[in-house]
Design a protein around this ligand. Structure first.
Ligand code: ADP
Length: 395
């Protein structure tokens, strides 16, 4: 029998949803409710190549979930709420509670709530999403799919920081890692080629970016930390910096820690360096002679190279594949070229320039191998599919 599943990605002021039919993974409709509680809220639906946008006052997440359900019923995407067999939620933080996806019950809900201090921007919206669905569909099974759970296999020496141990034991200060659903999807794909014990370096480079070290098919290390701020130079996030900068700049500029945190998350990275955070804008600026844009591209490239180098050594050189994925990884031809050329001599890989030039969203191929056949490590581009993972887990 065909069953329908709803996938929800609730943000602080938005609610994205997709309705699927299983077992064939067919997307029937997707949509987004935006600017919830901001006065000028609206929602958009996409189905059969059509896009419909409507303005409507939407006060909170419950109101957004009701609007979603009314549309699904009114347009006969479903004829009755009971047709929806399950609802999958993307949840930022599973802390140390969860190393895989779980069916949401009261205890799970409370655990997610208790992790709000580690995901203050994400968890309130996500919890509101779960509560709203519980009210509308009290009998539907709901599943939480965490961004952190895939990284729970990291050994302690890789996830602890060298700070007082009590900060970990009593306050949960440790590396959790994020983008886990994407890293897991790519790892599953690689297992299909290399088997269960695959070793790989996965570069998920979107506006948020992280690199994972996969050893024997499991996460062994990853670049993001307690929060998604650590690691690589990102679109608007600084990545790893000397922690002393916070105290120093607060005194120099009279900023509070909250203000600095906001700047490090939203006004740093590529944006902080040259005023743009999209790699396409950066490339255009750089081509037009903007020195800071060129510098930002080099800094991003160097931060990627540093993590690849570190993980190459953590895997003792036994790397089946280096994979690029997410917005910039899948489409940033220039960035991939720069990274592969930078690691070429040390690792013994050479870029297949023609293959690389032809892989991007609007090119002949969306995935493929971009290293030459005689390279020591296979370098690939593989589009990620986090939604498919959430759907499968929920199913
Ligand atoms: P996130 O999910 O973290 O918001 P995405 O994975 O969607 O981010 O990636 C978005 C980023 O991908 C953009 O900011 C841009 O830098 C990059 N990107 C998208 N398309 C292209 C392209 N054609 N060429 C280069 N970079 C691109």
């Amino acid at each position: 029998m065909k069953e329908k599943y709803l996938i929800i990605n609730a943000g602080s002021s938005s609610l994205k949803f997709s309705l699927y039919e299983m077992p064939d993974n067919i997307e029937i409709v997707n949509g987004i409710v935006e600017k919830i509680g901001e006065g000028d809220s609206s929602y958009t639906l996409k189905f059969n190549g059509q896009k419909i946008k409507k303005s409507k006052e939407i006060l909170d997440h419950e109101c957004a979930a009701n609007v979603m359900m009314e549309e699904l019923l009114q347009d006969h995407f479903i004829n009755d709420i009971s047709e929806i067999a399950g609802v999958g939620h993307r949840i930022l933080h599973g802390g140390e509670f969860y190393d895989s996806s779980v069916l949401i019950d009261e205890e799970v809900f409370e655990n997610i709530k208790s992790l709000t201090k580690l995901g203050p921007l994400h968890h309130p919206g996500e919890l509101a999403g779960i509560s709203s669905i519980s009210k509308i569909m009290p009998n539907a099974s709901q599943v939480a799919v965490f961004d952190t759970s895939f990284h729970q296999t990291m050994p302690k020496e890789n996830y602890l920081y060298a700070v007082p141990y009590s900060w970990y034991a009593e306050n949960g200060v440790r590396k959790y890692g994020f983008h886990g659903t994407s890293h897991r999807y790519i790892t599953e794909r690689l297992k299909g080629v290399y088997g269960e014990n695959v070793n790989a370096i996965i570069c998920h480079i979107g506006s948020g970016a992280s690199i994972s070290c996969i050893k024997n098919g499991k996460c062994y290390d990853t670049s993001m930390g307690l929060t998604p701020l650590d690691g690589l130079v990102m679109g608007t996030r600084c990545g790893s910096i000397d922690p002393s900068i916070i105290d120093y700049i607060s005194k120099e500029r009279g900023l509070t820690i909250a203000e600095i945190n906001e700047i490090l998350n939203k006004k740093s990275g590529l944006l902080g360096m040259c005023g743009k955070n999209d790699f396409r804008d950066l490339t255009a600026l750089s081509n037009a002679g903007d020195k800071n844009a060129s510098l930002a591209i080099e800094m991003l490239k160097n931060s990627v190279v540093k993590y690849i180098a570190q993980y190459y050594f953590e895997l003792e050189g036994n790397v089946d594949s280096i994979v690029f994925t997410a917005g910039m990884g899948e489409n940033g031809i220039l960035m991939r070229e720069k990274v592969v050329n930078a690691i070429s001599g040390a690792i013994g890989v050479e870029l297949d320039k023609e293959a690389n030039d032809n892989i991007s969203r609007f090119k002949a191929n969306q995935e493929g191998i971009i290293s030459t056949p005689d390279s020591n490590v296979l370098v690939m581009v593989v589009p990620t599919n986090e939604e498919l993972m959430i759907l499968r887990d929920t199913h």
